[in-house]
Design a protein around this ligand. Structure first.
Ligand SMILES: [Zn+2]
Ligand SMILES: [Zn+2]
Length: 199
């Protein structure tokens, strides 16, 4: 199960996690993301799992993008604005080849601004999404155990609409009733769990 660890400069970790806990119970993703983005910038908060994701997948992305550029005869011919648009498309294509890809979030993580700064909203959303998903799954597990339903055979994974290959693969696995799926599978994973009944 993906749990988040943080490294902070101007704030103690415990304090940030308390804030995160309060903010994620707001049930308003937009407001929560806004507050976390503010904290991330103010206290220079780094999420270790996000940094590790970049470290692991950005080199693969660069390689895939290189291959896409080599393969595209249109790109070699294109000029100016058209070339920029084409490059954007090739970047999205390269991201799709990654085993774990977070769509637009991966794009924002891998393409920082001119100062090398990653959009704080992206960081904040990934922190909020992963943290609240993790909490929701723990809550669901406790509720299902509480109910002690005799007819539960196991669990299945419900993939989100834009799921990555990693999640699609894990969703094919069978989970028996004693083997509660460890969700979220990775940062930004939106998969959910549904019980499977014997009747
Ligand atoms: Zn995934
Ligand atoms: Zn997932």
């Amino acid at each position: 199960m993906q749990q988040l660890t943080f490294s902070l400069e101007g704030m103690i970790v415990q304090e940030f996690e308390q804030n995160l806990d309060t903010v994620s119970s707001l049930d308003d993703p937009h407001k929560a993301t806004q507050i976390i983005a503010y904290l991330v910038q103010k206290h220079n908060i780094k999420c270790i799992e996000i940094d590790e994701y970049i470290k692991k997948f950005k080199p693969r992305y660069i390689k895939a993008l290189d291959a896409e550029i080599q393969r595209s005869s249109d790109f070699a011919r294109a000029k100016g604005r058209q070339k920029d648009q084409l490059l954007h498309k090739l970047k999205l294509k390269a991201i799709k080849t990654l085993e774990i890809n977070l769509g637009a979030f991966t794009y924002n993580l891998f393409c920082p601004d001119a100062n090398g700064r990653i959009d704080p909203w992206t960081i904040a959303y990934l922190i909020y999404g992963t943290y609240s998903r993790n909490k929701a799954v723990l809550r669901e597990r406790a509720q299902l155990l509480d109910l002690d339903l005799q007819d539960i055979r196991g669990y299945e994974i419900i993939n989100s609409e834009n799921c990555c290959p990693c999640c699609q693969k894990l969703a094919k696995k069978r989970y028996n009733k004693y083997n509660f799926p460890e969700l979220p599978f990775h940062i930004g994973c939106c998969c959910s769990i549904a019980p499977v009944f014997t009747y």
